[in-house]
Design a protein around this ligand. Structure first.
Ligand code: HEM
Length: 112
């Protein structure tokens, strides 16, 4: 490869690799749980890339996401709106520069 060539890694090649993930195209948090429900680290989860150009903000991003979501889940119970079941939810991502969830309505009921 010629020096100075721009390289754009396609992380979907590993993040959606069907030899690595049980259901690579669906939102499935169980990918990160063993049979006992304990967290497992998956080497194929490379959302922050790897090597020399790995994300410099990885630890900050992981800490922020942990604090943000645990704090929400400790304070609220989330559910679909009345009349909608979890099976009715369409979790197909909208495709853009990144994969985003499509807009949903939900109820957040205070736990306290
Ligand atoms: C969920 C959140 C984040 C994700 C998924 C993410 C993902 C990534 C990825 C995949 C790259 C490599 C891009 C490439 O191929 O060159 C990258 C680079 C980078 N990220 Fe993040 N990032 C996140 C949050 C952050 C935060 C919070 C910061 C800083 C506060 C940050 C700072 C950087 C920097 C400076 C680079 C460039 C590193 C380099 O090329 O030397 N990122 N990020």
């Amino acid at each position: 490869m010629i020096s100075g060539t721009s390289v754009i890694p396609l992380l979907t090649s590993v993040l959606q690799d069907d030899s690595e993930w049980e259901s690579p195209h669906t939102f499935n948090p169980s990918h990160f749980l063993d049979e006992q429900g304990r967290f497992i680290k998956r080497d194929a989860f490379m959302a922050f890339s790897a090597g020399r150009r790995v994300c410099l903000g990885e630890s900050l991003a992981r800490m922020e996401l942990f604090l943000f979501f645990t704090s929400l889940l400790q304070h609220f119970h989330f559910s679909p709106p009345p009349g909608v079941t979890e099976d009715d939810l369409d979790l197909t991502p909208s495709v853009g520069f990144t994969l985003n969830p499509s807009p949903h309505q939900l109820c957040a009921v205070s736990r306290v």
